[in-house]
Design a protein around this ligand. Structure first.
Ligand SMILES: NC(=O)c1ccc[n+]([C@@H]2O[C@H](COP(=O)([O-])OP(=O)(O)OC[C@H]3O[C@@H](n4cnc5c(N)ncnc54)[C@H](OP(=O)(O)O)[C@@H]3O)[C@@H](O)[C@H]2O)c1
Length: 237
């Protein structure tokens, strides 16, 4: 399948590499391909320059966001949460009628980050929107002819594409969205990643809980210690 991954961060790289391995035609989107290829320093998360990632993964195509979306049947949003709505709205024509898997967290960093929390940094970014709305719902309202499915967001980049790395894969992934066919497509993609327990949370309103889980995910990560990977398992009666 022709799949676009909008985003060159760690999550976007994980999905692009996995999709390439699975035999898909992978089109990655970035703001300015020339500028992205000209970078020689690791990004703020320590990921090596993108041109190195491309050299290590021949076959992945790098474009501007609009061209990547235009080239694909299925699109993954890995644009950072504070900027995703604006960037996706700008390419509404290229996204029209497609399924968009959104895994972004609407964290606000920087000056708005003054949110005391006992992290190694003393703060946590603020979630906005939160509680009565979600980024996924904002995207859906802005792009009514796009089928938005929230997924991936509860899992880290290394293990979302390799669920077997935790408890042999015995943990749960979630999907939420208003279009049943789109959720089926995403569930099939998750199956191909190795997920065996995909829980449909219903309409896109459930994205609120998935995005707000980011704080819980952070707290669990800190409790277990940096570098320890984990998953969520829903245990039924
Ligand atoms: N990584 C994970 O494990 C993980 C897990 C769950 C959820 N998330 C969430 O998913 C989102 C993406 O995470 P990520 O780690 O893959 O990547 P990221 O580093 O958060 O974001 C990278 C992407 O955001 C784009 N971007 C940054 N500022 C922008 C702006 N002003 N306008 C348009 N685009 C802009 C960058 O564009 P360029 O390519 O042009 O630099 C890049 O493609 C985040 O909200 C994150 O919190 C991440």
């Amino acid at each position: 399948m022709k799949i676009a991954v909008l985003g060159t961060g760690g999550g976007g790289r994980a999905h692009a590499a996995k999709l390439l391995e699975l035999g898909h035609d992978v089109h990655v989107g970035t703001r300015d391909p020339e500028a992205t290829l000209a970078r020689t320093e690791p990004d703020m998360m320590g990921n090596p320059p993108y041109r190195q990632f491309l050299a290590d993964h021949p076959g992945i195509h790098l474009h501007a966001f609009a061209e990547a979306a235009a080239a694909a049947e299925l699109v993954i949003n890995g644009i950072d949460g504070a900027n995703a709505l604006k960037a996706l709205t700008a390419i509404a024509d290229q996204l029209a009628d497609k399924t968009l898997i959104d895994y972004a967290v609407p964290y606000l960093y920087g000056a708005q980050m003054e949110h005391p929390w006992p992290t190694p940094f003393g703060t946590m970014p603020k979630l906005d929107p939160c509680d009565t709305d979600s980024l996924a719902e904002q995207i859906q309202r802005a792009l009514p002819d796009v089928k938005v499915v929230k997924s991936f967001v509860t899992q880290e980049q290394d293990t979302v594409v390799n669920p077997e790395a935790i408890a042999g894969g015995d943990h749960t992934m979630f999907v939420a969205g208003d279009d049943a066919e789109a959720k089926k497509t995403v569930t099939e993609l998750l199956d191909s990643y190795g997920w065996t327990d995909v829980l449909d949370l219903g309409d896109l309103v459930a994205a609120r809980g998935m995005e707000m889980y980011a704080h819980m995910h952070g707290a669990i990560g800190m409790a277990l210690g940096m570098g320890n990977h984990f998953g969520v398992k829903i245990v039924r009666r």
